[in-house]
Design a protein around this ligand. Structure first.
Ligand code: 13P
Ligand code: SF4
Length: 331
């Protein structure tokens, strides 16, 4: 495969010697190349287990901003790896499968968003990190689900705000803060799939189980929740809370870490509103251990970007990181 093809598709057609212990091989490559593997909680269990750092979007951005590794291997989706590249223009940032996108990010194309923004020149733009560099470049400050409330509250009450791209997170923050932010009409395909009817039945069958939900879920699901938070906040809550079982309304990959960290507790994936029994993010799950190994071995596919967009998108990310440090917020 030539470099261009690799850059576009990654290593989809390449065979790997089945006798290789990929954990050993990846660990060797990490040392040889001074590479760090950053993984989101929605990655498959093997990838989480080989990662040097697992976190939510805020934690991953904070880690990417401070690592001294020469190569960042991002086991997550494109906007996450892109954020790492924005923060580290001189490092190589690799994404095991370059097609790992995000439905939420895709729901907000920069040209349409620019036209929307231009109609509201007196509004400040807060964008959820789940967006492209093009949207970040049009934003005043970035937030994640870990710090969205505090970032909104750091602005004067009378400040007019556009919140993009997630209408569910934006609506939730409007409720929490009493603001009236203008919301872009975007959503995550995974978090919109849960069935309140099936969740209610599950709760009735498991009366002691607490429902914990990610704020990307629809309002009807959030209304039923005992606790709402980012993936790291859900994980910490499930570990510390006295309940012995939890119904988890977010992508199912997080259950791996929950079960590792609290093996005595029961974790049930919240049921989706379709006949399939899983809430896997199809984008996150494009990354596999095999692709992770190949991308480290060949140092492809690599994240590249236009320097003007990089510089413009770094400003609102830096603001978020600075504010998070000031407020003591860690993902
Ligand atoms: P957090 O990592 O901020 O919890 O967001 C979840 C998510 O959907 C990432 O794609
Ligand atoms: Fe995007 Fe949703 Fe997948 Fe996260 S879970 S990467 S928000 S589609």
């Amino acid at each position: 495969m030539d470099t261009d093809t690799l850059q576009q598709v990654g290593f989809l057609d390449m065979d790997i010697d089945p006798s290789l212990d990929l954990f050993d091989e990846i660990n060797k490559l990490k040392k040889e190349k001074n590479a760090i593997v950053l993984a989101h909680y929605y990655q498959e269990p093997d990838i989480q287990d080989i990662a040097d750092y697992i976190g939510d979007s805020l934690g991953l951005a904070q880690k990417a901003a401070t690592t001294d590794a020469e190569i960042i291997v991002f086991a997550g989706v494109h906007f996450m790896a892109e954020t790492a590249k924005i923060l580290n223009p001189h490092k190589k940032v690799l994404l095991p499968d370059l097609r790992a996108g995000c439905s939420l990010s895709d729901s907000c194309p920069p040209t349409l968003f620019k036209a929307f923004k231009d109609k509201h020149p007196d509004h400040l733009v807060i964008s959820y990190i789940n967006c492209s560099a093009g949207i970040k470049a049009l934003s005043d400050i970035i937030c994640t689900s870990s710090n969205a409330q505090q970032i909104v509250e750091s602005l004067p009450k009378e400040q007019k705000i556009i919140f993009a791209p997630d209408k569910n997170l934006g609506g939730y923050i409007n409720k929490k803060t009493g603001r009236d932010m203008l919301l872009w009409n975007g959503a995550c395909m995974v978090h919109e799939i849960f069935s309140t009817e099936k969740i209610t039945k599950l709760k009735n069958r498991n009366p002691d189980a607490k429902l914990i939900a990610h704020p990307e879920c629809e309002e009807a699901v959030l209304k039923l929740a005992d606790f709402i938070g980012s993936t790291t906040q859900l994980l910490k809550y499930a570990e510390k809370d006295s309940a012995g079982s939890f119904i988890v309304a977010t992508e199912a990959g997080i259950l791996h870490k929950m079960r590792q960290n609290a093996p005595q507790k029961t974790f049930i994936a919240a049921p989706p509103d379709n006949s399939c029994a899983c809430n896997d993010c199809p984008h996150m799950k494009l990354n596999t251990l095999e692709k992770l190994y190949l991308c480290m071995k060949y140092e492809q596919p690599e994240i590249t970007m236009d320097e003007d967009i990089r510089l413009a998108s770094k400003i609102p990310i830096d603001r978020m990181l600075q504010l998070s440090t000031q407020l003591g917020l860690i993902g």
